[in-house]
Design a binder for this molecule. Sequence first.
Ligand code: ATP
Ligand code: MG
Length: 586
Amino acid sequence: MKLTEFYIPTLREAPAECDTVSSKLMFRAGMIRKLASGIYEWLPLGLRVLKNVENIIREEMNAIGGLEVWLPHLLPSNIWIETGRWYIYGKELFRLKDRKDADFCLSPTAEEVITDLIRNELRSYRQLPKMFYQFGTKFRDEIRPRFGVIRAREFYMKDAYSFHKDEQDAERYYKEVFEAYCKIFRRCGLKFIAVEATTGAIGGKFSHEFMVIKDEDKNFVGEETIVYCTTCSYSANIEKAECVYNETPKKETKLFKELQEVYTPNMKTVEEVSNFLNEPAEKFIKTLVYIGNNKEVYVVLIRGDYEVNETKLKEVIGINEIELASHEIVETIFGIPVGFLGPVGLKPINKSYQVRVIADKSIMTIPDAISGANKTDFHLKNINYLRDYMVDEVVDIRKITADDLCPKCKNINSLKFSKGIEVGHTFKLGVKYSKSMNATFLDETNKEQYFVMGCYGIGVSRVVAAAIEQNNDENGIIWYPEIAPFTVYLLPIDYNDKYIKELTDKVYEMLKRHKVETLLDDRDERPGVKFKDADLIGLPLRITVSKKLPSEHLELRRRLDGKVEVVYINTLIEKIQENIVYLKNF
Ligand code: ATP
Ligand code: MG
């Protein structure tokens, strides 16, 4: 492709609103433009990368028996009402009405559509298993669209759905998809890990998230935090990571000291009281008040140095949304200011409030703990679980820390944390959707059975941004060969010069014959401008044609590490292939 016949509007500066390295580079390299918050246009260069990623995914989905389909994006509400998600999906769902005032939504995901299709199509166990997948636009009215195409409101996704006759087959296939996902992300040149995850709004039995990670870079925009073990293979989304407790609750009470009230004027935080009393934070019980979207009140107790994992808390309670109660609400319910609440004798002032006390397991093993005295300006010392207070349940609701044991191998000091960008998600759904939508087939004994399902998504447009986020330097993007928009940037120092033009054209034709995707910078620009753009666009190899080199010789440069060789034209193809192999294995 000749640059003058293509369209790559590079920019010296990214728009000020760009909040990540990848979005800056995608704008500057002329890959995308923005229409509105979370809504983007893809220009020709960007689209070439998107299509490369799409093709890799398509090949690997086909390799595990996937059948490509195309499902509508404009969806009638009735199927969403059947699964109940019309009511619980919340504000992320773009809803609209047709001219007859009937309700529709724009597809954020397609479990309902595909399950509806399948219940009308597949009848017998003989037709199973089947996996259908599609590429298409997804719409989600994200609370905070950000990071360019990483969290957009309209984005490009591959979603796949599999149907099985039983759990066993669904599980077998889940592993195949898992392997296919690993291949896909490897072929995209991504450094990633697959972590255990929660199932969120999609639901189902278990799920894995595929996370692109970059340990050493503080600017990396991963929204998710991953914990992994350096000793064994354990890794999980921090939201999910289970905390292992190696102590059992202390039942012995006689050794404990007597309760003692201490005056702690105006000291409300663990830090303040801990400094004042000269006691470590791990001796404290933090008492937090949450309100659920069911309007119920939850008192949460946790050791002073730990943090509540709200995802786990929501799962324990069994609701979608929860938030910390405001100071005013806490005072209204308990008549005590925030900061002086504690587990001993805590009661709402009004019986109409239903309060459930949920304790993290960490509180059971603090001997002679300290917490609020349920009295303004006072704390209590020597609080002991069971002797001084009881709770409704003791569960694991805290965030894992670096000091925790590995949940799998139980090693100490082996956990590490990393930020990650979620690029793919696999779910073993079970019969959640087939049951609610009554999608059945006849088994070997002619009995009706619900399809056992799996669903598997990849954020195709997010993959492109994640690849850039992971592979770039101060000069621009560094593409991995399989997803690069072109392989070679052919850069004649002066395309008006006769010798240079002839040699450039000869090389260009030769590369074309050998199917090496080449971008020829035939612009009438200064070499400096061309070199800058070449680095910014970040094709894996650059070939410079210049009079300074021996006759019929070219300079071949790797974008990744800047390695340069002077190559005779007859060995050029061979050298290119060698370098591609090197880059793919890097
Ligand atoms: P997230 O936790 O990032 O919101 P999700 O769990 O909502 O993701 P899924 O419903 O599993 O995402 O969607 C499948 C894939 O689609 C995700 O793994 C991600 O790569 C991509 N994706 C999800 N939301 C967006 C978005 N707003 N913009 C771009 N890609 C997205
Ligand atoms: Mg989401």
